[in-house]
Design a protein around this ligand. Structure first.
Ligand code: M6R
Length: 591
């Protein structure tokens, strides 16, 4: 949520910032802005709107200067408006700050600052920061000292960048519980929430620990700890294969990411069998195993729960990360917590994991983004290896999460290699399911585009796919959709079925087939329009999405793919932007 970028070096800074904002837009896209230092002036341009709109409207490309910061916003405190867009400034317009995170004590700080005569121009929590810095600078502190001195006063989470006319030629950055990474190319320095923002210029990066401060100046860079003591850092290489963010020939990232699923699944052979076996043993030995995640990642965990039980005979619970804290009392050193997160920076997941770690639990994380906050908190990390996922709607990361759970479950019975072989074969089935259904799904999306509600049902291991299919539809098409176990329908939701209501029935020809179909027939008797997702055709389907026949534990992986594509085409036919759904952002770094 919110992307920040800074550049200090020999090049014109704003073009670098603009390119970076385009890359960071997945983190928030309701407002954008830049601040540049040039010839004794602090130039700030910002507005509500998508990055491209703000770039054009304010002719950002023409802004001079070699030191600049930028921001793309996902609103938390204060509505979407020009005044609430970042960068934010102090009373005299001498300091500019961009921030990602939440300042929890902003109300108290605002009151204190107002009492001291500061005037605020936005409703944001962020604006307290430039005003706090203003006071420090007036007391003769350097910007670095000012940031060090105000950091302990700020409660909450932040990654922030500041520049000032009173200490020109430098950018100061610091972070707590939010990502910030530095890129170095000779005497050009970059700093951002995501290395993707500068990966086209450099592959040399340096991380920043919580509470550390970095100073990017035209003559060099240095890091200090919270007390101001110098910290030595080694640059490491960025994995460039991960940093690619090109749509290629596709109209949207979401479509590209759906289409590359067969290819990313084939990378499963790169997973380390020894590590899986060790982790599987830890899971089997643990007194209790809790999986925590949000959204799509949680649905992957729900499939994992069936796999652990069915294959490894190990029960685990799946707890929504935002609710995890309420169960923290029962976490101890005999608990294994598995945290699943594409981004590795979802605030609810990170917070739960911190609490569990403090309680002595062993933390295993399943993540996509390398070097994320979650990976730093984990004892063991399993990477999805599916490359950068840019579309807000998760697709390929979900498929890879399912594959990881499959490998973990089979590692519990010492069958890692066999599981890898089965997953490798599945890549062909993923390609087939896309080829078979593409044109039918386009037609179906035209038929469904005006519907206001849709229900997705399934049983057993396929149940979470119903929830995931519904989540895809609602988040990118704004159609109300619910996914549920098919047997649960008659306990209330059946009352909502009317003639023409779409019901997506995921009923592969496995142990769930007969009962799921019978629940579908109950909805059909009330006039529902039945979309069957199965390898077996049936008279009761009004539309059939055909999936290949696979091992019954693998049906979730082939069933989810056409549902992603269906949601995509419905979004397109309703005129929605599937990559940037309203009100959402890819990384949810606030609680
Ligand atoms: O990065 P994470 O996997 O932790 O993200 C969790 C959810 O925010 C995410 O899956 C969200 O539900 C997606 N937009 C769904 O497509």
């Amino acid at each position: 949520m919110c992307g920040i970028i800074g550049y200090c070096g020999r090049k014109p800074a704003v073009p670098v910032i603009i390119e970076a904002l385009r890359c960071l837009e997945y983190r928030g896209y309701d407002s954008a802005g830049v601040a540049s230092l040039c010839d004794g002036e602090l130039l700030i341009r910002k507005d509500a709107g998508k990055v491209e709109e703000v770039i054009q409207k304010h002719e950002l490309a023409g802004l001079p200067g070699n030191v600049a910061i930028g921001h793309t916003r996902w609103a938390t405190h204060g509505g979407v408006s020009q005044l609430n867009a970042h960068p934010h400034s102090d009373c005299g317009g001498r300091v500019a700050v961009v921030h990602n995170g939440i300042i929890e004590n902003n109300q108290e700080l605002r009151q204190e600052l107002t009492a001291r005569g500061h005037r605020f121009s936005s409703e944001t929590d962020t604006e307290v920061i430039p005003h706090l810095l203003e006071d420090e600078l007036k007391n003769g502190r350097s910007l670095e000292q000012a940031v060090l001195s105000i950091a302990p006063k700020i409660e909450g989470s932040y990654a922030l960048l500041a520049l000032s006319l009173d200490d020109p030629g430098r950018i100061i950055g610091t972070r707590k519980n939010n990502p910030l990474i530095v890129g170095i190319d000779d005497h050009d320095y970059y700093i951002s929430s995501d290395a993707l923002a500068f990966s086209q210029y450099t592959g040399q990066v340096m991380g920043l620990e919580d509470n550390e401060v970095v100073v990017l100046a035209q003559g060099g860079i240095h890091f200090v700890d919270a007390r101001g003591n110098r910290v030595a850092k080694q640059a490491r290489k960025l994995d460039h294969s991960w940093a690619v963010s090109d749509k290629g020939a596709y109209q949207h990232f979401m479509l590209k990411e759906i289409m590359e699923q067969a290819q990313v699944l084939s990378r499963i052979v790169e997973q380390d069998g020894k590590m899986f076996t060790e982790i599987a043993l830890d899971i089997l030995r643990a007194r209790q195993v809790i999986v925590t995640a949000c959204g799509t990642s949680r649905y992957a965990a729900l499939v994992g729960r069936y796999l652990f039980s069915r294959v490894g005979k190990k029960f685990c619970d799946v707890v929504m990360a935002s609710e995890f804290g309420y169960f923290a009392d029962s976490v101890d050193k005999n608990t294994v917590v598995i945290a699943v997160s594409q981004s590795g920076e979802t605030a609810d997941v990170v917070e739960g994991v911190k609490a569990a770690r403090e309680a002595g639990a062993q933390i295993i994380s399943i993540v996509n983004r390398p070097n994320s906050i979650l990976t730093d908190l984990s004892h063991r990390v399993i990477y999805l290896n599916c490359g950068s996922e840019i579309a807000v709607a998760a697709t390929k990361s979900f498929l890879c999460q399912l594959a990881i759970f499959y490998l973990l479950a089979f590692s519990m019975v010492n069958s890692f290699d066999a599981a890898v072989a089965r997953l490798s074969d599945l890549a062909g089935d993923i390609t087939r399911v896309l080829d078979w259904n593409k044109s039918e799904l386009i037609k179906l999306s035209d038929r469904l585009q005006d519907k206001t509600d849709a229900y997705y049902i399934a049983r057993g291991i396929n149940f979470a796919i119903a929830s995931e299919g519904a989540l895809k539809l609602k988040e990118i098409s704004y159609v109300h959709a619910e996914g549920m176990p098919a047997g649960e329908l008659k306990h209330g939701t059946l009352a909502l079925i009317e003639p023409g209501t779409p019901v997506v029935v995921i009923c592969p020809a496995d142990y769930t087939f007969a009962e799921t179909l019978s629940n579908a027939i109950e909805t059909r008797s009330r006039g529902a329009y039945i979309i069957g997702v199965s390898d077996r055709d049936s008279d009761i389907y009004d539309s059939w999405i055909r999936i290949p026949e696979v091992d019954e534990l693998l049906y979730p992986m082939v069933a989810v793919v056409p549902l992603q594509l269906l949601a995509y085409y419905i979004a397109i036919s309703r005129g929605c932007d599937p990559d940037k759904p309203r009100n959402l952002a890819k990384s949810v770094t606030v609680k």
